[in-house]
Design a binder for this molecule. Structure first.
Ligand code: GAP
Length: 458
């Protein structure tokens, strides 16, 4: 399968089968926004549940938080985002399309490492670089990615606020609240999932670069010691990679990459990405950052409130922070790209999603063999209703013949299909068919819930 072809197939499958729709589609769409449909919303929730399971519930040192999207504007001054959260922007003078100046120079094989925005402008002039449409470009200017909003009831007197550019700051400003209310001992972490917003100059590649997305983040507070920092940093890199592998993604499609100094965000002393091998190259899936005491120091300075931790010897200090942060939308896209398969089964071509059962939006589909036999339908409904009580992500399907139902369920990654036939009426067994191999076995309907729950566990 050609690589770009794969991306087109995923985008088309997502729309056709109710995973993802373009944001505000009936109005022509809003660039950089996507809406999750019935199956996509389930898959997305399953990814987030799996994150909570590994980063919170299976540990004893992590606390959950759910902070506001809107925050005091000073937060973003303290965090360095009003100043440092920028990209260099140029505009086509004819079409008014906007581009990243660094990307345009890189496409012309220019090394932009350590280049200031002014130097990028000089280089573009020197090389007479035009826009991809062949037109003149404006001088590059610094463009801040924070999305602005106005709050307050009086028009003209609204206060300018920002939609959070990273969910991190909600955690950092609550560091003291968690300390004072829960009394954790270092090292400990605060975990959060929530929406972040970035005014990306060029959103694109479907869910990869968008303007509204969900982040899953852990801020892990540690003693400010070099050895401890290195140890914890390595732990969280590996922990994050293990989590990504748990999405069912093949190891050959994942790798680590360290940021060079010029790439690092303003808050990071060290930064490594987990990258995924996409049809458009190796791209960032996840970031693990050594933030040092950047956030707590800055918030202490800007708010005037102490952010210090007092240890068992009465020693006061600012902790260091190791952060592990990833986009749910990217995990969603990369999981689908990795899971998409085409093969031939029973002499018929098919496409299926080899999704890990714990992520599959539908765990099992229950069918009556024939939909015009009331006794079969009644038995199948009885089995379906009982199973759905135990495993809510189970569906009913009686459209078309059995072969078509299998193809339809395979295409959305349903791991098992359960057929209720005439033998069921006699002996209480059903046919359980497995998605990837198409193999079938007879099992007792009464055993289904326990059997499937066991197989679904992450
Ligand atoms: N708090 C650290 C932070 O925000 P980041 O590397 O800028 O670090 C973390 O973002 C993760 O958020 C990325 O690894 C990526 O998965 C996701 N992400 C960032 N920008 C995104 C965008 N425009 N669209 C989709 N996901 C994005």
């Amino acid at each position: 399968m050609a690589e770009l072809d794969l991306m087109e197939k995923i985008v088309s499958l997502c729309k056709r089968r109710g995973f993802v729709f373009q944001g505000s589609e009936i109005y022509g769409g809003l660039a950089g926004t996507w809406d999750y449909g019935p199956l996509g919303a389930e898959l997305n929730d399953n990814i987030k549940k799996y994150w909570w399971q590994k980063f919170l519930y299976e540990r004893e040192d992590i606390y959950k938080l759910d902070a506001s999207i809107l925050m005091h504007p000073r937060v973003w001054e303290a965090s360095g985002h009003t100043e440092g959260f920028t990209d260099p922007l140029v505009e086509d003078k004819v079409t008014h399309k906007r581009y990243r100046a660094d990307h345009i120079l890189e496409d012309a094989d220019i090394d932009v490492k350590n280049m200031s925005v002014a130097e990028m402008g000089e280089k573009m002039q020197e090389l007479k670089i035009k826009s991809p449409d062949g037109n003149l470009l404006t001088e590059p200017k610094v463009f801040n990615l924070l999305v602005e909003a106005g709050i307050g009831a009086v028009e003209g007197e609204k206060e300018k606020v920002y939609l959070r550019g990273e969910i991190t700051q909600g955690v950092q400003v609550n560091f003291k609240n968690v300390l004072d209310s829960m009394h954790p001992k270092l090292p400990f972490g605060i975990a959060q999932i929530g929406k972040a917003f970035r005014n990306e100059i060029v959103p694109g590649n479907f869910l990869f670069r968008v303007r509204e997305f969900e982040q899953m983040e852990l801020q892990y507070y540690i003693k400010p010691e070099a050895q401890e920092g290195a140890r914890q940093y390595e732990n969280w890199k590996q922990f994050s990679m293990d989590w990504y592998r748990g999405l069912g993604i093949r190891q050959e499609n994942l790798r680590f990459r360290q940021h060079e100094e010029h790439e690092r965000a303003h808050y990071a002393q060290d930064a490594w990405d987990i990258e995924f091998n996409t049809p458009f190259g190796w791209k960032e899936a996840w970031g693990i950052h050594h933030r040092g005491d950047w956030d707590v120091r800055r918030h202490q300075e800007y708010s005037g409130q102490s952010m210090e931790y007092v240890d068992e010897n009465g020693e006061k200090f600012l902790p260091w922070i190791i952060e592990t942060s990833g986009g749910a939308g990217r995990a969603f896209l990369f999981t689908l790209l990795d899971a998409y398969r085409e093969d031939e089964l029973g002499g018929e071509k098919r496409a299926y999603l080899a999704l890990a059962p714990h992520l599959a939006p539908t765990k099992a589909a229950v069918f009556p063999l024939l939909k015009n036999k009331p006794e079969l339908v009644a038995k199948a409904r009885e089995i379906y209703v009982a199973l759905k009580k135990e495993i809510p992500q189970v569906v009913w399907d009686d459209n078309g013949n059995i072969g078509k139902r299998y193809r339809r369920q395979d295409e959305v990654g349903t791991p098992w299909c359960i057929t209720v036939d005439f033998d069921t009426l006699q002996d209480g067994t059903v046919t359980l068919r497995e998605r990837d191999t198409g193999t079938q076995e007879r099992v007792s309907a009464g055993d289904l819930a326990a059997l499937l729950k066991n197989k679904i566990e992450a």
